[in-house]
Design a protein around this ligand. Sequence first.
Ligand SMILES: [Zn+2]
Length: 123
Amino acid sequence: MKARGSVYSFSRAPTGRAQCRVCKRLVGKGEVRLVTFACVSAWPMPRRSTSFVRHVECVTPGFANAVLKVHGVAENVPVVGSLSAGEVVRAREVLTVVGHKRSLKLKSISPSNGSHLPNLSDR
Ligand SMILES: [Zn+2]
């Protein structure tokens, strides 16, 4: 039972008035955003639920991991409303990629240009 905590979904901004939680800029009308529903009291009758929105581009590793923790994989994150297949794929990809960076502990975000790992034990 996952009664508490937040749930997440993708949707299209119905207005251009919601502010992105991360960059504080407005999420433009029609843009794909990630919505956080934070339930602050008991299921199934939450007295108060708050939602936050953020740009897909503004997903941070910590946030992506929180989403993946709740939903398992990005493919399980529900889509509310009508998004095109391409938009959904892209949004989920961002979530997956950003989340995986965290699990690599942001070790290397240098562009991969085919360089090999150094041979540490080569004497
Ligand atoms: Zn933003």
